[in-house]
Ligand binder design. Structure first.
Ligand SMILES: Nc1ncnc2c1ncn2[C@@H]1O[C@H](COP(=O)(O)OP(=O)(O)O)[C@@H](O)[C@H]1O
Ligand SMILES: [Mg+2]
Length: 678
């Protein structure tokens, strides 16, 4: 069997010795040609030249081995400054990477074998340097020494390993094949899922992708449940660089004073969506399911009445009427009677009200305003019917125990959605001229080819974040639907050249947001140019967020490109590894044996044997354990129709346009957007 099946680079770099010896011989040939080649000294020079060439070749081979070994321990630093990030109209840049093949699995097995490990473990000196740094940490007079061993200069071979953890060999086995890795923009329409545990580089990857989308001139919507200031700052800087600051929108629940306002239930295709967007946030399993259904129905009644009255639903109106439905009911009945052209209804209702006998009322109605009761009785005597009015009446007649159900479920949520500064943000008064904060309108965003940052501050309130995020998904879905139907006719901007602008949606910490509104967005998105990139920690997050396994599966099935950073559990890793084929891996076992001879007179004292045995085994090209050991900022990805790539993502370098902190952005909004004096 050919030795080529083994990579065999974890061994002494013997090529270097050969190179040294060859150079030595060449030196002797040149210095003493007559001695070594007495007949034809001229040949000696040529022979020496040949040896020098061979020595160089061997030297190159040996160097290669040392380099390979070094890369298994520590990868070269990978930082891209803002002006170094490449951009293409047809492709999306992901970083450096190589296609992972059997060769790399083979090298990894060799690197992890006990014989291989010896060559890539940090040496004694390295360990001494680290121990010494600890020991002298508080001794000012020894600082020069610790500074020296910590220095990250190239000459310092003892410098600490980068704080990225994991097993650098995973990328080291392929560094020599590494090149810039791109995916086709066409593939993004099939949506992308990025999985990775906390603090391993998901948000930094989002920054890299968002940067390119902004520069490419696309419509970009970034959902950031945690409200990561760095991401916002990066987007601001990129908009500035691309000359798109006038298209930049900031919605941030954590900074209401500079945020645009948004009515999460203000636009919809069907009125029932209003109730779904609110009740959808309530827990729906077990006992809560009935509460949820009830809350939905109640909200829907209110929303229907508001819309019929020509008023735009918002959280505060819904909260007001859910707790006290009488005024809305009377308003609607009055409107309805007028619409029906009933004469003198006011007098007749008044007469009924005056004559109501409290004893004839049900318990639920006893505490109600008699005037309101009179409205319903009037409609009944006249045999009038209207579905909205009927809904209101049934809500009005519910007894107190029903109301308690609401108190347990819907009211706390509505209270959260309507109180404080974020409450004002979410129920904008369209007529309020004093409030300079713009009102976010998705259709307008799309027309002007906007870039939107949505900070949801989920750490302070996950429910509000979920409600707002999901309403935005729903709004985007309905717009995607319209785009799908009408195509270019909606007056969408054209990109310089030919193509229609795409809508790139990035959803960081996706599990905080995912809800039922999200599934149709993924389904519909294709034809409308919507492309979603979702970033989350584990596969089960999605299920926990949406509450149902089949639906979670549907979401995952709709996210076709998979990028996986370090993950914590094997179940998540299996999302990737389950899709991979098996490969053949070769291992070598050395055997040696000696046997004593039992025949005293034979002259044979013992026999011995040595052999190398090659074993071939079929194993996984990648195991879940590999994904658990990835260093920060590294990933495996299934790209380009299921090809496995190993990726190294760049760390963001210098960017002169980057705002220093949140204050800088707040100042910008204040002066440029709200017209305040600084
Ligand atoms: N490409 C990278 N190379 C090296 N380190 C990285 C890289 N990306 C992220 N990191 C490190 O990981 C930290 C957390 O990154 P972040 O993107 O915020 O993680 P996540 O969003 O997954 O929680 C960063 O502050 C950085 O130190
Ligand atoms: Mg993050």
């Amino acid at each position: 069997m050919s030795q080529r099946i083994f990579d065999n680079r974890l061994r002494p770099a013997v090529e270097l010795w050969v190179a040294v010896i060859l150079l030595g011989i060449a030196a002797v040939l040149i210095l003493q040609p007559g001695q070594w080649s007495p007949l034809m000294p001229g040949i000696a020079v040529w022979a020496a030249l040949g040896m020098v060439l061979l020595a160089l070749y061997r030297f190159w081979q040996g160097w290669h081995i040392l380099q390979y070994r070094a890369n298994l321990k520590r990868l070269p630093h990978y930082v891209l400054d803002a002006d170094e990030i490449p951009l293409s109209r047809h492709k999306l840049f992901l970083g450096k990477g190589f296609q992972w093949t059997q060769t790399h699995s083979q090298r990894l097995v060799e690197a992890r074998s006990p014989e291989g490990r010896v060559w890539i473990q940090p040496g004694k000196l390295y360990q001494w340097a680290r121990a010494m740094e600890l020991r002298y940490e508080h001794r000012p007079r020894m600082q020069w020494l610790t500074n020296l061993t910590r220095s990250s200069r190239w000459w310092n071979t003892l410098k600490p390993l980068p704080p990225v953890g994991g097993d650098p060999a995973l990328h080291g086995v392929g560094v020599e094949d590494e090149r810039d890795t791109w995916i086709d923009l066409g593939d993004r329409v099939a949506h992308t899922l990025v999985l990775g545990t906390t603090r391993v580089g998901k948000t930094r990857l989002a920054e890299l992708l968002v940067t390119q989308d902004i520069r490419r001139g696309e419509i970009v919507v970034v959902f950031d449940p945690k409200g990561d200031t760095e991401l916002l700052a990066r987007m601001w800087a990129e908009c500035k660089r691309a000359g798109r600051l006038d298209q930049f929108h900031i919605f941030h629940l954590g900074f209401p004073e500079i945020s645009e306002r948004y009515n999460p239930v203000g636009s919809f295709g069907r009125v029932t969506e209003v109730a779904s967007r609110i009740a959808g946030q309530l827990p729906g399993s077990g006992n809560s399911a009935t509460f949820k259904e009830f809350a939905w129905r109640f909200t829907n009644i209110v929303a229907n009445a508001l819309v019929a009255l020509g008023r735009r639903p918002d959280y505060s109106a819904i909260a007001r009427y859910v707790t006290n439905i009488e005024p809305l009911m009377m308003e609607y009945y009055a409107f309805w009677f007028e619409r029906e052209g009933i004469e003198n209804w006011r007098e007749q209702v008044n007469t009924i009200a005056q004559n109501i006998d409290p004893k004839s009322l049900t318990m639920a109605l006893k505490s109600r305003d008699f005037k309101a009761i009179a409205y319903t009785q009037f409609a009944k005597t006249r045999d009038l019917y209207d579905p909205v009015a009927d809904g209101l009446r049934s809500a009005f007649e519910y007894d107190k125990t029903y109301f308690d159900k609401l108190t347990a479920s819907l009211l706390p949520l509505l209270e959260k959605l309507t109180t404080g500064k974020s409450g004002e943000l979410l129920a904008p008064h369209y007529g309020d001229r004093n409030d300079k904060r713009p009102i976010l309108d998705w259709m307008e965003v799309i027309r002007q080819r906007g870039v939107v940052y949505v900070g949801l501050d989920a750490l302070s309130d996950a429910e509000v974040a979920g409600a707002v995020g999901n309403s935005m998904f729903a709004d985007l879905t309905s717009i995607a639907g319209q785009l799908y139907k009408h195509g270019d006719n909606l007056g969408l901007p054209e990109l310089a050249g030919h193509k229609r602008a795409k809508i790139a949606i990035h959803a960081d910490e996706f599990n905080e947001l995912v809800g039922n509104e999200f599934i149709p967005l993924l389904n519909k998105a294709g034809g409308s140019g919507v492309q979603v990139t979702a970033y989350t920690q584990t596969a089960s997050d999605i299920e926990a967020g949406i509450g149902e396994k089949p639906k979670a599966g549907q979401i995952q099935g709709n996210l076709n490109t998979l990028i996986m950073l370090r993950v914590k559990n094997e179940e998540t890793a299996a999302v990737l590894t389950d899709q991979l084929a098996k490969v053949r891996i070769y291992t070598k076992t050395a055997q040696s044996a000696a046997t004593d001879s039992s025949e005293p007179g034979s002259g044979v004292e013992f026999t011995s044997s040595n052999s190398d045995r090659i074993t071939e085994a079929e194993t996984d090209i990648l195991t879940p354990a590999d994904l658990v050991q990835l260093p920060k900022g590294q990933a495996f990805a299934l790209l380009d129709g299921g090809k496995l790539f190993k990726l190294r993502l760049p760390l963001a370098g210098a960017d002169p346009l980057l705002p220093k902190d949140m204050q800088a952005i707040i100042r910008w909004v204040r002066t440029e957007r709200l017209g305040e004096d600084s």
